[in-house]
Unconditional design. Structure first.
Length: 178
């Protein structure tokens, strides 16, 4: 089993040219980092006809959040990448599992300037992720309550979603000093 848990999360403002570099770095770590982690293990797993690749996405993949465009887009790409791999590798005996955590109390989330419902300790998340992987699932949002909230946000009409998020705190930008 290989677990790819690459992730950085920095707020961006696409109107700021320097933030395009931040977006590129986010995709490099969150997406290319995952692919590079999986790469050396796929051929040996295929050769033996078994193995599991686990990609850690985020509940942020389900709906874009203001100021969080790079992270949300990169984690949506993780979900789709893992779906693609699942289709490619299942006939070769490999499993691909996507785990989409909500908020986990880590240095990545501690500076967030907004409420983080259902915040979990790293140990609680790890236990639930282990159980999800062992259960044979292909996709799981942890905690499940966050999945329900995210799915409700996903089906809201855009006008209502936009109204709910108007003037809410944003993820802090990383100044690059271009």
């Amino acid at each position: 089993m290989v677990i790819a848990n690459a992730g950085i999360s920095v707020g961006i403002d696409t109107a700021e040219r320097e933030d395009l570099k931040v977006m590129a770095q986010t995709f490099a770590v969150n997406n290319l980092g995952m692919a590079a982690t999986f790469h050396p293990f796929i051929a040996p797993m295929v050769a033996r006809g078994s193995g599991t690749l686990v990609g850690i996405a985020s509940v942020a993949a389900i709906r874009g959040l203001p100021g969080h465009g790079a992270y949300c887009a990169s984690k949506a790409a993780v979900v789709n990448y893992c779906e693609s791999l699942r289709g490619e590798l299942a006939p070769k005996g490999l499993r691909v599992v996507t785990i989409a955590p909500g908020y986990v109390d880590t240095p990545l989330t501690r500076g967030n300037p907004y409420p983080m419902p259902f915040l979990m300790s790293p140990q609680v998340f790890a236990d639930r992720a282990f159980a999800a992987i062992a259960s044979g699932t292909s996709y799981r949002v942890i905690p499940w309550q966050m999945g329900v909230v995210a799915k409700i946000l996903r089906i809201l009409p855009n006008a209502l979603f936009d109204l709910l998020l108007r003037n809410k705190p944003r993820k802090h930008r990383q100044k690059t000093g271009s």
